[in-house]
Ligand binder design. Sequence first.
Ligand SMILES: Nc1nc2c(c(=O)[nH]1)N[C@H]1C(S)=C(S)[C@@H](COP(=O)(O)OP(=O)(O)OC[C@H]3O[C@@H](n4cnc5c(=O)[nH]c(N)nc54)[C@H](O)[C@@H]3O)O[C@H]1N2
Ligand SMILES: Nc1nc2c(c(=O)[nH]1)N[C@H]1C(S)=C(S)[C@@H](COP(=O)(O)OP(=O)(O)OC[C@H]3O[C@@H](n4cnc5c(=O)[nH]c(N)nc54)[C@H](O)[C@@H]3O)O[C@H]1N2
Ligand code: SF4
Ligand SMILES: [Mo]
Length: 764
Amino acid sequence: MPRTAFRTCPLCEATCGLRLTIEGDTVISVRGDDDDVFSRGFVCPKGVAIGELHHDPDRIRYPLIRGADGLHRRASWDEAWAEIARLLGPVRADHGNDAVGIYLGNPNVHNVSSSLYGPALVKALGTRSVFSASTVDQMPQQVAVGLLYGTGLSVTVPDIDRTEYALILGANPLVSNGSMWTAPDMPRRLRALKARGGRLVVVDPVRTRTAEAADEHIAIRPGTDGFLVAAIVHVLFAESLADPGPAGEWLADGAVDDLEQAARPFTPEAVAQLSGVPADTIVRLARELAAAPTAFVYGRMGTSTAGLAVDGQSPQSFGTAASWWIAVANLLTGNVDRPGGVMWPLPAAGGPTTSGTSGTGRGIRIPGGHRSRVRDLPSVLGELPAAALAEEIDTPGTDGTRIRALITIAGNPVVSTPDGGRLAAALGMLDAMVSIDAYVTETSRHAHVILPAPSPLARAHFDLAFSALSVQNVAHWSPPSVGLRSDEASDEQDEGDILLRLACVALGDAMSVDDLDEFVALDVATRACRSEASRVHGREPAELVDATAPRRRQERLLDLLIRSGPYGDGFGSHPGGLTLADLEAAPHGIDLGPLQPRLPEVLRTPSGRIEAAAPQLLDEAARMAAVLAQAAGHGGGLVLVGRRGLRSNNSWMHNIPLLAGGSNRCTLWIHPDDATAHDLADGTDAVLSNGTGEVRVAVEVTDAVAPGVVCLPHGWGHSGAGTWGAVAAAAPGVNSNLLTPSTGIDALSGTAVLNGIPVTVRAA
Ligand SMILES: Nc1nc2c(c(=O)[nH]1)N[C@H]1C(S)=C(S)[C@@H](COP(=O)(O)OP(=O)(O)OC[C@H]3O[C@@H](n4cnc5c(=O)[nH]c(N)nc54)[C@H](O)[C@@H]3O)O[C@H]1N2
Ligand SMILES: Nc1nc2c(c(=O)[nH]1)N[C@H]1C(S)=C(S)[C@@H](COP(=O)(O)OP(=O)(O)OC[C@H]3O[C@@H](n4cnc5c(=O)[nH]c(N)nc54)[C@H](O)[C@@H]3O)O[C@H]1N2
Ligand code: SF4
Ligand SMILES: [Mo]
C-alpha cells in the first residue's frame, strides 16, 4: 500500500513542504504540500526531482576505499574507519592538528546532522584549518551584520510580504528561490508586491527572470554595487532625507555623523562614471526609497562576491563594504526592524541572537585571531578563506608545514572555489583525504576514503539555519521518510552517526559514539542553562538532558534547543511552550507568526548599540573612495559573471534525468555586439581565458547580458572519469572556477571574488 509522507525539501533555502507518495522504499510521486503553513503547495523542479535523487543508481551507497591503482572499491564501514585512522594518525602525530584541513560545503547548512555534529568534529580534530563555502558566498553579509548588530547570524531579512518598495541588487530570487532570505514561493510574493501597488527595482548586469518581472531593471558594471548604494546614502544626506526612525534610538553615538562623512565622496556623478548607472537614476532611487512608506534594499551573490578590476589588476572585492552600505541604506530610511522593511526572525531553536544576554554581547572579532600560513590572511568567524585552501596544501613552509590531510563534507571545492585547477592538483599531494559525499565528484575522487551520505529522504530534517532567515516565524520537523538501506547493494548510515564516529576516530577512539553524543548533549544543555536570555537559565544541565530521554542524537539536541529556545516550554518554566513532540504532531509545520520588531533585545554588540560606523567599515569606505578617485569607467575588456539555473543546484544534481537538458545548460551568454566583435555566433564554441585558466564552451548570443559582460554558470565541468554518472557525463559543461583567480579576496570577510573576472574571449 502506498503511504504519504510529508517533509521539508532540503535542496535550497526556500524550505518548501513536500508531499511524497512512497511504496516500500520507492518514491512514486512528489508534490508540493498544499497544507504546509509556509510554502502552501509551492514546489520547484528540484523538489519534484528528489525522488530521482533518492533512486539515482550513481549515488554512493556504501563506503569506498581507493586502492593503489587509484580506483575506488567497496569497503565495509569497519574497513573504512580503520583506513581513516591509519591515514590520519601519522599526519596528526607528526605534523600537528592544523595539518588536517576540513572543508564544509553548502549542503551542511541544509542538514541537521552536520549542523549539530559538524562543530563537534571540528573540535575533536583540534584544527584551525577550517574552510567552508561561506567564503565563496555570504560571509561579507555576515561580517557586516556582525559588526553592526553583534553576531555573524544577526542577519536582517526583507519583509517581502508587507513592503511597498524593493530594491534588489545582484540576486535572482525567481531562480535561486531566495538566499539569506527564506521565503518559499518567491513568484507569488513578488507578484503580490506589485498587485498591492508596490515597486520592484532590480540591479543586475544580466536581465534575469527577476529583472524581467521587475518594474525597473538597471544594468550595472559588475563590482560597483557598493559604490551605487554609497551614492544613494550620499543623496539621502545631501537632500536631508536620512531618518533612521525608531532604530535611531539604538544607533551608536556619532554614527550618523560618521556615515555622512563616509558617504561624502560618493557623489552620484562620480559613481555614475564608475558604475554606468546614470546620476539622475541614483538620485531618484534615493528619493524613492526615502518616500516609500516601507522599503528594503537587499543584495546577494552579485553584491557579496563581485569584484572590480582597477587598472588592469586582478579584481578587488568590496563585498563587506557593499553589504554594509546596504544595511546603512536600510537604517537611514527607517526600514530596519519595522514591518515592510528588514527584520530579524525569532527562530524556534534559538541561535546567537537569542542566547547570552539580551541586548548586549561580545560582538564579533574582525580580523580574526588566526592567520593563514602562506598569505597571512586573517581568519573570519573561525575559518580561513576557501580561496587559500590550495596554497595551504601545495606550499610547504620552511619547516615543511602544510595541510597534509583534508576532510571534505558535502562540498565540491574543486568546482566551487577559485582556481579549481590548482586545487585539484593540490588534492593529489595529500597524505590523507576523506570525503563524506553522496557522489564521486571532481573533489571526492581524490579521497582515499569516501563515506556515503545517505539519501536525503532517509534522514530527519529541521532547518536550524533557515528558520533564522525566514520571512515568517515557522518551525518544521521531518522524520526520515524511508529507512536507511542495508542490503547487498547498500550499506547506509545516518550522517550524524558518521560525523560522531569520525570525531571519535580523531579522539583516538577513546570514547564511544554514544558517549560522545552524551557529551555533546550535555554541552548543549550547559550553554542553554548559562544563557541569561534562555528559558532554562540557571537550571541544572543534567536535569534537562535526563528530561529528554529516551531521545538520542539530533532529536535530543533539537528537543533541548527548542524547549530552551524563545518559544520553548523551558522544561516546565513555560507550560504549553514548544517541544519537539509538538513539531512531530504537526507534519505541515507550526506557524509562529509574522516577524516582530526585536530591537534592542536582538543586539549583541558590547555597547548594546548598532555600530553602524564600525572603524573597520569606515576604513573600507576610505579604500572605496580612493578607488573612486582613480578609476574611470569600463576598461574595455570583457568581465565574467555567473548565473544559476532553476534546475541546477550548485555543483550537483546534474545527474538527475528530470532536471537535465532544456534550459539547464552550461553555455556562455554574450551580448550580440560583443559576439560580432569576437566573431562568435549562436552555437559556436568560444575559448575563454585569463591568467588563471582556460575553458572552451558553447556560446548563446543574447542581449540579456549587458555589453562588456559574459555570463557562465558555476558548478559544471563533470568530465572526470568515474565521477557522477552517465546523465551528468552526457552534458558535462565546464568548470567556470578554472578562470577564477584566488587573489581577489575581500579583506574583512576572506571572501573570494567570483563575479567581474576579466577574461579574454576568442572563437575556438
Ligand atoms: N564562480 C562561482 N563559484 C561559486 C558560486 C558562484 O556563484 N560562482 N557560488 C558559490 C556558492 S554560493 C556556494 S554555496 C558554493 C557551493 O559549493 P560547495 O560548498 O562545494 O557545495 P555544492 O556544490 O553544493 O556541493 C555539494 C556536494 O555535497 C554533496 N551532498 C549533497 N547533499 C549532501 C548531504 O546531505 N551530505 C553530504 N555529506 N554530502 C551531500 C553533493 O553530492 C556535492 O558533491 O559554490 C560557490 N561557488
Ligand atoms: N536553482 C538554484 N537555486 C539556488 C542555487 C542553485 O545553484 N540553483 N544555489 C543556492 C545558493 S548556494 C545560493 S548562495 C543562492 C544565491 O542566490 P542569488 O544570489 O539570488 O542567485 P544568483 O543567481 O547567484 O544571483 C546573483 C546575480 O548577481 C548578478 N551579478 C553578478 N555580478 C554582479 C554585480 O557586480 N552587481 C550586481 N548588481 N549583480 C551582479 C548575476 O548576474 C546574478 O543574476 O541560490 C541558492 N538557490
Ligand atoms: S524552491 Fe528550494 S526548497 Fe522549494 S522545492 Fe525547490 S529546491 Fe526545494
Ligand atoms: Mo551559496
